[in-house]
Write a new protein. Structure first.
Length: 451
């Protein structure tokens, strides 16, 4: 691509979201909409990016901290062309193509921007992004020839019935060379009902002066705006559908795709099987041949090849499952490593722990890792066997091949190959229960007579 810069318009108040959070920072798949766009532009090696903001600028600044992105204010707000013009000083000296898009249109892909850029390289002075929705509603229309040359762009309210019959609509996204875009923006007039300066008039102005304007078409979903919670939910559904298709195309089996939810950064290997109703939070990497069973929730976890998870398992940040390890139903892991071939089959909590290869964690086992102030480590050696309903009070080390008897509370280290049994001595009283039942039955009978 030619040297490329982007202007992202994000000065709207977002009142329909009814939120204290800036509209463009509402997340899709766990990542703010604005950052989805910035990541797409990173793929294009975007030289300069300017975000035009208004209200809650400090939130946007915090979200983009550490990125080579500048924010500028639009105050007062006089329309989208006026907003784009606020980036002129920030982009002073830039010589190349400038894309103008919207922070609440997060699905614009790098490949689509490349197609717009190619239209400029092929002779267009301005290239606009169009789409054909199932219902054109009140979108502005683009009247174009078969080769994509735009003859006219018109707002719905100003269009004739014949023009409204055209289903090619304007997304508002456009691109032009830096030497052209600033004069075109400055030439936009506000002689309309709202008294505002509208971005589509950049293309209208180019056509009026005899320049070639081209339209590049894309899927309606890519340019869907997010202005309300309902539209945010629709964008999330669209993103999830795309990610599911991508996962299956990459060699994963999703048994009920519509019930599986991914994060923006989920990585699945080949021959991974995901059962119904699985949720991936941020930071999950799954290697080849893993089986994730139904109703499991994973975030911040790394799972090696051949491992099994669930059903009803929860892997929290820092959970690492090595090759062929197994986490069963109602097991929770946090900041813990389960070694190769190790198992925790059911009803256990493994936190701040290292479990050696081949170890077995019995049902009801918990690592007692927190004293109310600090977290402590539990280390379980290779092939150790932890009996059911055991409490391992950290910091504690269980040696290799050691056995912890069921029902034990272990607060001191266990040596390699040692048996540790921590139980109270059993007290046996023959016939006591029979005598108790007889006494209580007589008392209850007497009580019923008194009533």
């Amino acid at each position: 691509m030619t040297d490329f810069a982007a202007i992202i318009l994000a000065a709207g108040k977002g009142t329909r979201m009814k939120s204290d959070l800036h509209k463009v920072l509402h997340p899709i798949a766990g990542k703010p909409m604005l950052l989805h766009l910035l990541d797409s532009f990173d793929q294009l090696e975007c030289q300069r990016t300017v975000v035009v903001v208004g209200d809650r600028r400090e939130q946007v600044d915090a979200a983009i901290a550490g990125r080579s992105v500048e924010t500028v204010m639009q105050e007062p707000q006089h329309g989208t062309a006026h907003a784009a013009l606020q980036a002129k000083e920030a982009l002073a000296g830039f010589d190349g193509h400038i894309l103008v898009t919207f922070g609440d249109v997060p699905m614009v892909r790098a490949e689509t921007v490349r197609r717009l850029d190619e239209a400029l390289s092929e002779g267009a002075r301005v290239a606009v992004l169009g789409f054909r929705p199932a219902d054109p509603l009140a979108y502005g229309r683009i009247l174009a020839d078969d080769d994509g040359t735009v003859r006219k762009m018109v707002e719905y309210k100003d269009a004739s019935e014949e023009e409204r019959a055209c289903n090619l609509c304007n997304s508002g996204v456009l691109i032009a060379h830096s030497r052209d875009i600033w004069p075109l923006l400055e030439g936009v007039q506000n002689d309309n009902a709202q008294g505002e300066y509208y971005l589509p008039d950049v293309a209208t102005g180019a056509i009026a002066r005899g320049d070639t304007v081209k339209v590049v078409e894309t899927d309606p979903g890519e340019v869907a705006g997010v202005n309300s919670r309902a539209e945010l939910a629709a964008a999330e559904a669209q993103w999830q559908a795309f990610k599911r298709e991508e996962a299956m195309a990459g060699g994963a089996t999703l048994k009920a795709p519509e019930t599986v939810f991914f994060s923006w950064d989920t990585q699945l290997g080949q021959d991974v099987t995901v059962d119904p109703n699985v949720v991936f939070g941020p930071g999950v990497t799954v290697a080849d041949g893993v089986h994730i069973k139904a109703f499991s929730h994973l975030e911040g976890a790394t799972i090696a090849s051949g491992a099994e998870v669930g059903p009803y398992a929860r892997l929290r940040p820092g959970a690492v499952m090595e090759e062929d390890s197994f986490i069963g139903n109602f097991v929770e892991m946090k900041k813990a490593t389960l070694g190769k071939g190790a198992k925790a089959s059911h009803l256990s909590y493994i936190g701040d722990a290292t479990v050696g290869a081949g170890a077995n964690i019995g049902a009801g086992t918990i690592t007692c890792n927190y004293d109310g102030y600090f977290k402590y480590q539990t280390v379980i050696g290779e092939r150790a066997f932890i009996g059911s309903n055991s409490a391992l009070v950290a910091p504690v080390t269980i040696g290799a091949d050691a056995i912890v008897a069921a029902g034990s509370t272990v607060s001191r280290n266990v040596a390699d190959g040692e048996l540790r049994m921590v139980r109270a001595e059993q007290l046996v009283k023959p016939g006591w229960a029979d005598r108790f039942h007889d006494t209580m039955k007589k008392k209850k009978a007497a009580s019923n007579k008194d009533e």
